[in-house]
Design a protein around this ligand. Structure first.
Ligand SMILES: Cc1ncc(C[n+]2csc(CCOP(=O)(O)OP(=O)(O)O)c2C)c(N)n1
Length: 338
């Protein structure tokens, strides 16, 4: 049942304008991500975790969903998906710099923990894979209410070695829930390569055990991911159950700002990995079909630069949380048990 999508000439139902929007989303995510990394290196933010190299998988899957009624249950690399669901560049920077106005958590969560009630993005915690059963739970609730809501959850290859992943897949399949399990396989769990933590060759192979479709797709090509995700979303909306999508991506940075990947990736491997990425692959695809022009790209990059500068300045000028609110949402105000 696990298949490699292998559809290089895939034909999708998106207009050229929508394809440009999808690519623009990727450019915005990359520009914000690079700025966040820089802010960390400049000592303005204590931690950064990056989605660089994952943008194609997320943009492709994100465009197959309807952010006005679907739910996102993200992990820490899902910036592109969070933007697709309505998080703004200002929200991203307020979160990164832990300001009081951070809509995710009022400056309490670690960077990369995107959430928003308004945008149907569930809050997550740092233990790997804990978000996956939450996605199944939301889809279970949607089914009980008779809604055709689809839930997408993102996670890495390492997360598939946790029980949470298997329990969530099993339950979702038994009840034919509308979940898209999006594994963004970058080949590493911090320094541990995939072959050391998985006996099967492909994450998509796990789908067999739960009687659901499992597809491996080139996660550098947003258009190809869109085609696979669209099929999965249509299936979920028809009430036919979940799909496991394994998008092969690249982690273009170290695991986080606290990691040095030169200690476990050879110089050749790093060079090879940086030789291409989702921006280049998706750009080439859109150029080939005549959906992009150099002028459009230039103007768009300028516009994005202005947005990122505005978001950074806005966050820098915003107040930090009042230390007096430190225990809010942790202890009940009157001292009683919550
Ligand atoms: C339950 C648990 N174990 C270990 C960790 C430490 N940890 C943080 S990220 C990570 C690697 C996760 O790898 P993967 O799921 O492949 O995602 P990636 O970071 O590669 O995108 C680990 C082991 C954790 N946060 N939670």
């Amino acid at each position: 049942m696990a298949t490699v999508s292998g559809r290089p000439d895939v034909d999708v139902d998106l207009t050229h304008e929508q394809l440009r929007e999808m690519y623009e989303l990727m450019l915005l995510a990359r520009a914000l991500d690079e700025r966040m990394w820089l802010l960390n290196r400049a000592g303005q933010a204590p931690f950064a975790v990056s989605g660089q190299g994952h943008e194609g998988a997320q943009a492709g899957a994100g465009f197959a969903l309807d952010p006005s009624k679907d739910w996102l249950v993200p992990y820490y690399r899902d910036l592109t998906l969070a933007l697709r669901f309505g998080t703004s560049p200002r929200d991203v920077m307020l979160h990164m710099l832990a300001r009081a106005a951070d809509p995710n958590s009022g400056g309490r969560q670690m960077p990369g923990h995107y959430s928003s009630k308004a945008h149907r993005i569930l809050s997550g915690s740092s233990p790997i894979a804990t978000q996956i059963p939450h996605a199944t739970g939301i889809a279970f609730a949607a089914k009980a209410r008779g809604e055709d809501t689809v839930v997408i959850t993102g996670f890495g290859d390492g997360a598939t070695s946790e029980g949470d992943f298997h329990e969530a897949m099993n339950f979702a399949s038994i009840y034919k829930l509308g979940v898209i399990f999006l594994c963004e396989n970058n080949g590493y769990a911090i320094s541990v390569p995939q072959k050391k933590q998985m006996a099967v060759e492909r994450v998509a192979d796990y789908a067999k055990g739960y009687d659901m479709p499992g597809v491996t797709v080139d996660g550098l090509d947003a258009v190809e991911v869109y085609a696979v995700a669209k099929e999965a979303v249509d299936r979920a909306r028809r009430g036919e159950g979940p799909t496991l999508i394994e998008a092969i991506v690249r982690r273009l940075t170290p695991h986080s700002s606290d990691d040095d990947d030169r200690t476990y990736r050879s110089a050749e491997e790093l060079e090879d990995m940086h030789s291409s990425g989702p921006l280049r692959v998706t750009r080439n695809r859109l150029m080939e079909i005549g959906a992009l022009s150099d002028d459009w790209e230039q103007e768009t990059k300028e516009r994005i630069k202005t947005l990122v500068n505005d978001a950074t300045e806005h966050a820098e000028q915003s107040p930090l949380p009042d230390p007096g609110t430190l225990a809010d949402h942790v202890y009940a105000k009157d001292g009683s048990r919550m």
